[in-house]
Design a protein around this ligand. Structure first.
Ligand code: KG4
Ligand code: ZN
Length: 339
């Protein structure tokens, strides 16, 4: 089955073509226009998606050497995300599905991160613990089967990626902050300063990252940090901050795995690209844990993970008619009222 999948939930415009589980192409355009604002501007994101989506889809089809009329299933991320941005991907993908008379499968963006660890890799042994760490979400999930998810914990304030982005802003490093901090931290001393862990009182699996961010802010004030600070000082702060975040993520995930007697852990979402986080989780392999991390191309937002999850969802769905364009047309009938 040839699949066209679209991802527009935040600031990446992406389209991918898959043949069953095999990714034939995965085109990602990261919108750079947000960097001067230090964060994603929703209105700008929607306009960029609108401008680029057709080009990105054509490029994905071209790279995959597949014609649009060969597509047998269309998918798009439909939640959660910036509503204006999601609407562009969903409306675009639905229109194509209706025109081609093929099924349309809406995909939850977070679920697609969860399953992204298995693209071009081994399949999971259920149950497993899944840590999803992105720019908008931090979730610790017990996965007992496909789409059988029990949320054990989440963030009570900032998401892990958001904390990286905000601290990078405090240090005047640019956006997105995660990859920049990761790079600078390589040369820094992670024991330079002890920032607090992301604990929440009486809540073993919830995270709170705003405390770490505030503590970085106070620390910068205390040392009278200036824009022209030495590279070494910046590297040390980055390494110490990264240590606090990654240690919090690993500890809570490991506690959950121990409590539920589970030896398989997956990590996914943009922050799972972090080298220190990966290193900490990979070390758990020596303690008998099976660790799954997505391949590089499928870590930050991308269309392939949407297509991969859509296929799983479609295959496992007992009512395939639900996804077909005939029913799409029907549900699209507006209820008109006359005054
Ligand atoms: O999953 P993603 O692409 O988009 C969302 O669904 O939010 O994640 C983006 C987030 C950003 O906050 C970015 O700073 C963070 O992932 N990120 C990283 C790294 N690469 C991306 N955080 C830490 N270290 C990295 N290497
Ligand atoms: Zn994401």
């Amino acid at each position: 089955m040839k699949i066209l999948a679209v991802e527009t939930s935040c600031d990446e415009t992406s389209a991918a073509v898959l043949e069953d589980e095999k990714v034939l192409s995965n085109i990602v355009l990261s919108q750079i226009s947000h960097s001067r604002w230090g964060g994603v501007v929703p209105e700008l994101a929607s306009r960029e998606h609108l401008k680029n989506i057709v080009y990105i889809m054509n490029k994905a089809l071209e790279d995959a050497k597949v014609n649009l009329n060969e597509i047998e299933l269309v998918a798009a991320a439909n939640e959660p995300g910036l509503i204006g941005a999601l609407l562009i991907g969903v409306s675009f993908a639905k229109s194509i599905a209706i025109t081609l008379e093929v099924p349309f499968v809406p995909v939850n963006h977070i679920q697609s991160h969860l399953y992204s660890s298995f693209i071009e890799g081994a399949k999971p042994d259920f149950p497993f613990i899944s840590l999803i760490v992105s720019g908008g979400h931090t979730l610790l999930i017990l996965v007992e089967g496909y789409f059988n998810h029990k949320i054990l914990g989440t963030t009570v304030d900032d998401a892990a990626g958001e904390a990286f982005d905000k601290v990078a802003k405090l240090l005047n490093l640019g956006y997105p902050g995660g990859p920049i901090i990761d790079k600078l931290a390589e040369r820094g001393n992670k024991k330079f300063h002890k920032f607090p862990l992301a604990t929440v009182k009486d809540s073993p699996y919830n995270f709170s990252f705003s405390g770490i961010k505030t503590s970085v802010l106070y620390f910068l004030k205390e040392i009278q940090f200036e824009k022209k600070a030495s590279e070494m000082l910046i590297a040390d702060i980055c390494a110490s901050f990264q240590e606090a975040i990654t240690e919090s993520l690993v500890r809570k995930t490991l506690n959950a795995a121990k409590e539920y007697h589970i030896k398989t852990i997956t990590i996914s979402g943009g922050v799972s690209a972090n080298s220190e986080l990966k290193r900490k989780f990979e070390n758990l392999r020596y303690k008998g844990y099976k660790i799954y991390i997505p391949k590089k191309d499928y870590i930050t937002d991308n269309g392939a993970m949407i297509g991969f999850t859509a296929l799983l969802k479609y295959k496992l769905s007992p009512d395939k008619n639900y996804f077909h364009s005939e029913s799409l047309k029907e549900t699209a009938k507006p209820r008109l009222t006359t005054i």
